[in-house]
Design a protein around this ligand. Structure first.
Ligand SMILES: NC(=O)C1=CN([C@@H]2O[C@H](COP(=O)(O)OP(=O)(O)OC[C@H]3O[C@@H](n4cnc5c(N)ncnc54)[C@H](OP(=O)(O)O)[C@@H]3O)[C@@H](O)[C@H]2O)C=CC1
Ligand SMILES: CC1=C(/C=C/C(C)=C/C=C/C(C)=C/C=O)C(C)(C)CCC1
Length: 340
């Protein structure tokens, strides 16, 4: 038994070191061809939920560099302001030594960063946020539903929803619906939804959407990610002819803070860290598809599709079931109070 464990550990270690070497030798994350032009997003307003960490932060950094006005919709103002300060510093440092006419708003220059409070676990917060957006923002060119929570212990949102279903799906469902008018007035505009390959293990159990009968943290995460895809397809159908597109993606496996609820034994932590460092994407690599769908001219007019690594991918039949998508939409409207 001990020998087998040692062999397994050595194999994992060897694999991780080989992959780590490959990452150093291989090409680092290239900025997207064609959409890396400074100023590409000049004059455009982008809202990113959960932009203070991981994928959302990396997405914000790149779109800011491309000249967008980036609104960070975050639940914790201190963490968001800290992230915004870091992003502004990174940008000005790059501006001093980077290409192009240097930092600061203006044609070819970088964009600007705005922090607004948004807690997707509170419908009251979502409504207040959207009211502020509609009062203060003349346009919204891109909405990126990025925020997410992964395999947390059983918790409920302020409105009584299972936390992962509430944050990953229902909060974004209400947010998107309340901002649709602004997106339509800003057309051509785009909605980008961040899902996950783990949708494949999800089922929409209409009898127990809040998992009150039984709770399985990974099934609930997968359910919320399947809901992201069904929401995207139903929304794309409802947006036909409006010049507002909506697409959904998976970023691969990315080294972020998403694993905060995973308990890793202290002794195993160094191995997990090595494995994730060797195997997982960096946030910049993981964010490439979000950036692509938000900014690339290649997908102008494309809607209702599922992407990975900046390429369209096939979905399992359960993610293409339009009757389930419509039923989820109708129930979601009631749950968030759009329909009484
Ligand atoms: N990392 C990965 O391997 C994968 C990630 N994804 C998806 O990528 C997206 C981004 O996650 P990732 O960057 O990895 O993880 P992080 O934990 O680094 O970022 C998640 C972001 O969501 C925010 N968030 C969580 N709960 C709420 C809430 N109630 N209201 C507002 N914002 C909230 C977090 O805010 P705070 O900092 O305050 O917690 C944080 O900014 C998620 O949708 C996730 O499902 C999909 C597949 C793989
Ligand atoms: C980074 C990291 C971890 C988290 C991993 C996570 C959160 C993976 C999420 C994968 C998903 C959501 C895949 C979806 O397709 C651990 C294991 C805590 C250990 C330390 C390093």
């Amino acid at each position: 038994m001990a020998v087998a464990t040692a062999v397994a550990l050595l194999a994992a270690l060897g694999g991780a070191l080989w992959l780590a070497a490959r990452r150093f030798v291989g090409p680092r994350a290239q900025r997207l061809h064609g959409s890396g032009d400074a100023g590409l997003m000049h004059g455009k307003t982008v809202l990113i939920t959960g932009a203070n960490s991981g994928l959302g932060r990396a997405t914000a950094a790149e779109l800011l560099r491309l000249g967008a006005r980036v609104i960070m919709g975050c639940r914790d103002r201190a963490r968001a302001e800290e992230a915004a300060g870091q992003l502004r510093r990174e940008l000005s440092q790059a501006g001093e030594s980077g290409p192009g006419p240097g930092p600061g708003p203006g044609p070819g220059g970088a964009g600007e960063l705005v922090v607004k409070e948004l807690d997707l676990a509170s419908l009251r917060s979502v409504r207040a946020f959207c009211q502020e957006m509609l009062q203060e923002e003349p346009r919204l060119d891109v909405l990126i539903n990025n925020a997410g929570i992964f395999q947390c212990p059983y918790m409920k949102t302020e409105d009584g929803f299972e936390m992962q279903f509430g944050v990953n799906h229902l909060g974004h469902f209400l947010l998107t619906n309340l901002l649709l008018g602004l997106l339509k007035n800003s057309a051509p505009s785009r909605i980008v939804v961040v899902s996950s390959k783990l949708y494949k293990y999800g089922e929409i159990n209409f009898e127990d959407l809040n998992s009150e009968q039984s709770y399985n943290k990974s099934s609930c995460y997968s359910r919320s990610k399947l809901a992201n895809i069904l929401f995207t397809r139903e929304l794309a159908r409802r947006l036909e002819g409006t010049n507002v597109t909506v697409n959904v993606l998976h970023p691969g496996i990315v080294r972020t803070n998403l694993g905060r609820h995973i308990h890793v034994p202290l002794l195993a932590k160094p191995l997990f860290d090595l494995v994730s460092w060797a195997f997982f994407k960096t946030p910049l690599e993981g964010a490439q598809t979000s950036i692509y769908l938000a900014s690339s001219p290649e997908v102008e007019g494309v809607s209702g599709r599922y992407f990975g690594d900046c390429k369209e991918e096939e979905l399992l039949p359960k993610a293409m079931d339009d009757s389930v998508a419509r039923k989820l939409w109708d129930i979601s409207e009631v749950m968030v109070g759009i329909l009484k």
